[in-house]
Write a protein that binds this ligand. Structure first.
Ligand code: HEC
Ligand code: HEC
Ligand code: HEC
Ligand code: HEC
Ligand code: HEC
Length: 174
């Protein structure tokens, strides 16, 4: 990307104003049922116990099927709730087949943008919900923030963040 300095100095503010309006898109179709409400909400399983890399590196990561199996070896029926019981039995079949599941990606910034999770979650101590909303209430996880450049900059330019969060082009565009 060819970017020159001063000429573009006014760009962040202008784009910030424009792109905050970005609308959230409907969630993609997933290959297998997975409810954040059941896991992160009702069962109170912490976000980073499944998204283990969010605190360690740039990418949060989605758990492997082995991780599902780790719990669902034991959690395989629910005698009190017929619907859950049925879903658990259907899951059992998928896990027994042992095929990997390709989850459809919900959030994605373009390749020319660098977004590091660890820096935001550990260093800046932001909660997941600042950017992802109340995922623990979602049956199907969907994007709630626009993830536009204007959205990133709006937070980076807050008085409390200004000294730490970068606004120079190369920090986010590598
Ligand atoms: C039991 C494991 C588990 C727990 C706990 C969990 N997640 Fe997830 N998460 C998944 C799986 C599996 C997917 C991929 C399927 C999907 O998108 O629904 C996913 C997808 C996501 C996505 C979308 C990823 C993308 O493609 O953009 C976000 C955001 C997310 N989780 C955030 C959270 C947050 C925030 C919490 C805590 C409130 C949480 N998750 C708790 C397993 C988990
Ligand atoms: C830390 C333990 C844990 C992990 C890891 C886990 N689950 Fe679960 N899962 C649970 C619990 C607890 C329930 C609720 C069981 C109940 O209430 O009867 C559940 C319920 C379910 C159900 C039935 C409820 C529904 O939403 O229909 C499905 C399907 C399911 N899990 C799929 C998955 C998949 C797929 C993965 C891996 C991406 C996964 N689980 C990982 C603990 C876990
Ligand atoms: C400052 C905003 C912000 C915070 C805080 C944040 N995320 Fe994200 N998350 C994003 C953005 C932006 C993307 C898209 C990144 C990309 O496409 O490279 C994303 C993508 C994801 C994804 C899918 C892609 C991947 O990296 O694996 C998951 C899963 C996810 N986030 C989980 C979490 C969890 C869990 C937390 C809390 C521990 C969290 N996020 C905190 C902004 C945030
Ligand atoms: C809710 C506030 C918030 C949002 C939204 C946000 N950030 Fe940040 N970001 C911060 C803060 C605070 C820091 C400084 C962390 C520190 O103390 O080092 C930061 C730091 C960074 C860094 C510096 C990492 C480094 O290695 O120097 C990059 C790159 C970055 N953010 C990219 C992005 C991108 C790209 C987006 C949008 C997709 C985004 N951020 C959205 C708050 C935010
Ligand atoms: C805090 C992170 C951040 C900073 C700093 C930043 N950008 Fe961006 N930029 C993004 C994100 C995220 C996108 C992708 C989403 C979008 O297009 O709004 C993007 C997209 C772009 C695009 C592509 C727009 C398109 O329509 O495809 C251009 C060009 C761009 N940025 C230029 C710049 C310039 C020039 C600067 C410095 C003045 C800059 N960016 C600083 C995060 C940032």
């Amino acid at each position: 990307m060819h970017v020159t300095g001063p000429r573009l100095a006014a760009l962040p503010a202008a784009l910030a104003a424009l792109t905050l309006l970005g609308a959230a898109s409907p969630p993609p179709e997933q290959p297998l049922r997975f409810s954040h409400k059941v896991h992160a909400g009702d069962a109170h399983i912490g976000c980073t116990s499944c998204h283990t890399y969010a605190e360690r590196g740039p990418v949060a990561g989605v758990p492997s099927m082995a991780r599902c199996q780790g719990c669902h070896k034991f959690v395989k029926e629910d005698k009190e709730n017929a619907q859950l019981d049925q879903e658990l039995k259907a899951l059992r079949k998928v896990l027994d087949e042992g095929k990997p599941v390709q989850w459809a990606r919900v959030h994605r910034v373009p390749d020319h943008v660098f977004f590091p999770h660890r820096r935001h979650v550990v260093t800046a101590r932001l909660e997941c919900k600042e950017c992802h909303g109340e995922v623990e209430k979602m049956e199907v996880v969907r994007q709630v923030a626009p993830l536009t450049m204007g959205w990133c900059l709006q937070c980076h330019q807050l008085p409390k963040n200004r000294d730490k969060a970068p606004t120079d082009c190369w920090a986010c565009h590598k």
